[in-house]
Every structure is written in structure tokens, then in C-alpha cells.
Design a protein around this ligand. Sequence first.
Ligand code: UDP
Length: 364
Amino acid sequence: MIDLEEGKKRMDIDILIAGAGVVGCVAAERAASKGYKVLIVEKRNHIAGNCYDEFFNNGVLVHKYGPHYFRTNDENLLSYLSRFTDWIPGNYIVKSFIGGRLYPFPINLTTLEEFFHLPFLSPEDAKRLLSTKRIKYDVPKNSEEFVLSRVGDELYRAFYLGYTLKQWEKHPKELDASVCGRIPVRFNRDERYVDHKYQLMPKEGYTKMFERILEHNNICVLTSTPYQKIKTTLRPKIATVYCGPLDEYFDFCFGKLSWRSLRFEFKIEKQALVQPCVQINYPNDNSYTRTVEIKHVTRQIHPETVVSYEYHVNGEEPYYPVPTSDNKIIRMYENLAKKETLQNRVYFAGRLARYKYINMDEAF
Ligand code: UDP
């Protein structure tokens, strides 16, 4: 790593990028490949943003900021990323712990059979069953109405209500329908968490993939360098791509936006695997929301494993924009951002700078 003065000396910067996460790294690579000189500043001491993975102190690869399940339907994206990594199949299976036992989640035929103690259900039986449970809303206005209109009250209370309260510290009534609407309900026995055509994991991990994305003579990376510290001294010739929190860019002039944060506890277990699948959700038990044993996905051969316990908290580190936050403040910041783009060619990109709940493949 080089320091800031050295960074400035080494290159006449065309494009300055704040943040070495998904958007920052790909923007840097795209610009560098077109001949522009790019400097990325990153406040953390590493690249790859929240996709960052590292070896825990027992040598097991972990996702430091929560599991990142790469999935996409976009062949072009896949072929672009395949220039920087090989892949292994993404073993993205999630179960939900309810009343002392594990159920496949998202809800599928097996979940319905086990939850309602019914023998073999055909897809038609299951549809009939749910049609007796559903509560009708013409247009569901929030996540509660959305789930009730899909699966009814018992499944809503068991699988969604407690989990959503823990994740957002908000009632599903207060959250947009799209929040719980992300989760499918299946009338087959597909146990994968998501439906996407390509569900893959970079073979050597995300950090390695991002290192390769940034391996270009036109790219210079400065870690442990907050953008706020250098913004007055470094002026790029062409543009700035800002990927940090929107409110922070403007020194919180309209107040803080609401962000939901995460806290992780990693625990070593002296056996190869302890969970039956990568993720277990706890809607109604424990104070953590879910446990993740990423080794199910990385398929690392190691005699030990590491399980991470995830707590959703209101912390300093911004993870999720809260989908009910005061729209007025967001609009005010967005208007300032538009002006900043026109006047100073600062482009706001990514989850933090756009205050949007963006999936990983949409960010690339
Ligand atoms: N959710 C739920 N029960 C679960 C998992 C998710 O009620 O077991 C709800 C929760 O409100 C969450 C939303 O569904 O915010 C979307 O879940 P997803 O796993 O896609 O959220 P992510 O962790 O990826 O943001």
C-alpha cells in the first residue's frame, strides 16, 4: 500500500472513486480499461466492501460482513466477472427454526406439509390449502398485508413477523410490501433461497476476485483513507464517483438518514460442519436473527468450522437503508446530489450513496 502523497505524485487523477466496494471497484476497472487514470480511496483497511472475506484465526474463510450469495440472471455480468474468477456452485440453502424444528425457507411444499402436519401435498393441494388461509387485500399496502395475502396469518406469524421485527426494528405494517415481497413462496420442492439462473460463489473468494478486478496499471488504491479527509485536497480532472453514505457526503446538513446495522459474533467449532445448511433463520427465538456457516458454500476442506451469529442493530456502520425512512429528508439530499453532479461532476452510486436496497448483482 502507498500513502496519499505518494498516490498524488504517482498519478494525475482523471477519476476519483470514494469506496472500494462492488460499485467502486467495477467503475474503476471499466474506466481504467478505457485509459483513464483512477484513484480509489477507501476508509476501511481493505477492499471489496461488504463482500470482503478473510481467513479467520483458525484458517476458515469467513464473510466478515455477513453472507454474500452471488446470484444473477444476467449472462453478460457473469461473463464479465468470469474474467476475474473461477466459480463454484452456490449452495444457498436456508432453513427457518420454528417451535424447536427446522423448516425449508422460502416456504415450499415440504414446509407446508411439515408445518400443517399434512401428508404428501401436490402443488394443487398446496394452492387450495393456501387459498383457505389467505387474507384478501386488493392491493397490499405494506409487508404485513403482502404476506397475509399470500400465505395467511399462521405462516406470517411463524416465519415473517418476528424476523422482520428483529431485522428492521419495525413492524411489517410499517414496511413497504417489497421488503417481504422479495421472498418467493413455492409450489414445488426447490429449497434454494433464490430463483436466479446463476447461483455461484467465486472459487477463491470475493476478496481475491476484487483484487484481480483492481489489478490494472491505471488504478491506484489507497485504503484507510476516508474520502472526507482528502476531498478538498484532491481534485480529479474528469469526475468523482462517490459510493459512501449520502448523508455523510453533505456533512449531515439535513440530519442523519436511518440506517440499519449489523453486529457479528464468530464462533469456532471443532468439527467440519455443524449446521445442516449455510443459513438458519430464527424468527422467534434468540436475540440474533440468523446463524451462518459459510463453509457450506465455500466448500473449504478444513477440520474446523466457524459460525457467525448476526444481530441486527442500530449501529454506526450503515448496512441497510430503512425502507420507511423519512422520504422528505432523502429527497432533500437527492436534490443536493443532483446539483453536485451538475456543478462538480460528482456521481453518486451504490447502496450507500443512493440510499437504495440494492442486490449484489444489481450493484455490479
Ligand atoms: N424475512 C422474514 N423471514 C425470514 C427471512 C426474511 O420475514 O426468515 C423478511 C425480512 O423482513 C427481510 C425480507 O424478508 O427483510 C427480505 O429477506 P432477505 O433474506 O431477502 O433479506 P436480506 O437479508 O438479503 O436483506
